[in-house]
Design a binder for this molecule. Structure first.
Ligand code: PLP
Length: 370
């Protein structure tokens, strides 16, 4: 059986190091916002070429807190509109709503699955104040174009990098140094995964960083003095300790993912299977390797029969979710044909740094025989 993602196998090599870290935390006797969180924040900021990193409870909170941070700074206010891809994991959209802002959905490019920058301008109104770019499946959205639109319309840029750790820590981040804030998730299945929930925000904006360090901890930096209306969303000390063990291997892991992807891209040859478009100029980190096919159920069942697990990311587009239907937002009537097509056709192939060459070869062979 070739699982879609073997988390146990991914974490196995770290077992001794994890146990040592756990002992260390127990010896320190300090469990919230201690040395491990501080060490991780420094290391991850450096890794991302960012000046500041703020550890938080999870990726969703990272997004919500960025918005709340801008609200606290007076750069956003209740009811402002935020441009977001229609084709994303629902968390991106829910985070905008959680901060009392209005999500405005924009169609993706079919071949890359990411937001189509050419469709953003027509959605901008006097209420539009920010763009939430999502780097879906590990591939950067077209940030140069997005940045240009943001500058022209005086919009903030926020990035959902929950699926793209390491995609940006190259030259590109310097091109749009104007970048305001980036949200990361360390959910176990992400490219950098904890053994539980975790998240972080990176930014080069000192004013925003200051607010965020406070917002995640009840709006307080000095104990029992509360400057902002904050929440409790702190990166856990033990999860930070585990992340400190894994971070040094992130680039190697991403390289391994790219190696698998390169083989899939060059060796899968089947007219019934449409491969994802990877513009080699970007540093795709292949959180997922997502193909399209007209009869997805058939392909998924065929793979299962051959002991290969394919998963669907995601089966229902956000605007078609029951949560947003007539009783709440009335999104039933919204139509995003490209987003809907993607959700009907996508299938994620096994992808991880621990797939063996034989396993990858087997997946390719089975797909080519389909
Ligand atoms: C995983 C994910 C999130 C949320 O992260 P959590 O840590 O699960 O809260 C947000 N956006 C995207 C695109 C994600 O994939």
């Amino acid at each position: 059986m070739i699982p879609f993602l073997d988390l146990k196998k991914i974490n196995e090599p770290y077992e001794t190091a994890f146990q040592d870290k756990l002992k260390l935390v127990l010896n320190n006797g300090w469990y919230i916002l201690g040395k491990e969180v501080e060490t991780f924040e420094k290391a991850f900021a450096e890794y991302c070429n960012a000046q500041y990193c703020i550890g938080v409870g999870n990726g969703f909170d990272a997004l919500v807190l960025i918005f709340k941070g801008y609200i606290a700074l007076g750069k956003l206010k209740k009811g402002d509109e935020v441009i977001v891809p229609a084709n994303t994991y629902i968390a991106s959209i829910l985070a905008i709503m959680q901060a009392d802002l209005i999500p405005i959905l924009v169609e993706p490019i079919l071949e890359t699955y990411n937001i189509n920058p050419d469709l953003i301008q027509e959605k901008i109104t006097s209420k539009t104040k920010a763009i939430l770019a999502v780097h879906l499946y590990g591939q950067l959205a077209e940030m140069e174009k997005i940045t240009e639109i943001a500058i022209q319309n005086n919009l903030l840029i926020i990035e959902d990098s929950a699926q793209s750790h390491g995609a940006e820590n190259n030259l590109q981040s310097k091109i749009y140094n104007l970048k305001s804030a980036v949200a990361y998730s360390f959910y176990p299945g992400k490219n950098l995964g904890a053994l539980g929930d975790g998240g972080a925000i990176t930014t080069n904006d000192p004013a925003l960083a200051k607010v965020l360090f406070s917002l995640r901890n009840y709006g307080s930096q000095k104990k029992y003095y509360n400057e902002f209306i904050g929440v409790n969303s702190r990166l856990d000390e033990i999860q930070a300790a585990f992340l400190n063990v894994k971070l040094p291997n992130l680039n190697t892991d991403n390289d391994k993912r790219r190696t698998v992807a390169k083989r899939y891209l060059s060796e899968i040859k089947n007219d019934k299977i449409i491969l994802p478009l990877w513009d080699f100029s970007n540093n795709h980190v292949f959180h997922l390797f997502v193909v399209r096919t007209s009869n997805r159920q058939d392909l998924q069942e065929y793979l299962a029969k051959n002991n290969i697990q394919g998963m669907i990311h995601y089966p229902v587009p956000p605007h078609k979710q029951k949560a947003f239907s007539s009783e709440t937002l009335g999104w039933d009537d919204l139509s995003f044909p490209i987003t809907e097509k993607i959700h009907n056709e996508v299938l994620s192939l096994p992808m991880s740094p621990v797939l063996t060459e034989e396993e990858v070869g087997f997946v390719i062979e089975i797909l080519n025989r389909y």
